[in-house]
Ligand binder design. Structure first.
Ligand SMILES: [Fe+2]
Ligand SMILES: [Fe+2]
Length: 144
């Protein structure tokens, strides 16, 4: 069983946003799978660490791309949406710092396993209306 399925999140009107979400869910599930393997075989640690780094990098690019699109199309609730991203990044950043400082990777694994709840809520209630707005602006632009 995967940690999160693409079907659990709203399908977005902006293709690049949708693709990013699908990719990110895939990486998230790979982190979870490696964490399970690591719990039985500690030699998997470096692979797991690399996957967590990949996940964090993907999240950062995902958020900054959405922010770029919101700015480009003058999305009115930009500040609110960006703040939600910043808070998530702050939370995961603190968790990763604790892991680097105290060496307890379980902190990061726990965070990642709890994150689907936030992800589903964010995509369905924040990204979906944002994408609907941007898709409309994109259409207007194409018609010009
Ligand atoms: Fe998103
Ligand atoms: Fe977002």
């Amino acid at each position: 069983m995967a940690l999160l399925y693409a079907e659990q999140v709203e399908y977005l009107d902006v293709e690049e946003m949708q693709e990013t979400h699908e990719e990110e869910i895939k990486i998230l599930n790979e982190v979870d799978k490696l964490a399970i393997q690591y719990s039985m075989d500690k030699s998997k640690l470096s692979q797991l660490e690399a996957k967590i780094d990949e996940y964090l990098k993907h999240v950062k690019e995902h958020f900054s791309n959405e922010e770029r699109l919101m700015k480009k199309y003058n999305f009115p609730s930009y500040e609110m949406h960006k703040m939600a991203h910043d808070m998530f990044l702050m939370d995961i950043g603190i968790t990763i710092k604790q892991w680097r400082k105290f060496g307890d990777i379980n902190k990061v694994i726990n965070f990642i396993r709890k994150s689907p709840e936030w992800i589903v809520l964010h995509i369905n209630t924040v990204d979906a209306p944002t994408a609907a707005y941007i898709a409309k602006r994109m259409e207007d632009e194409a018609r010009k």
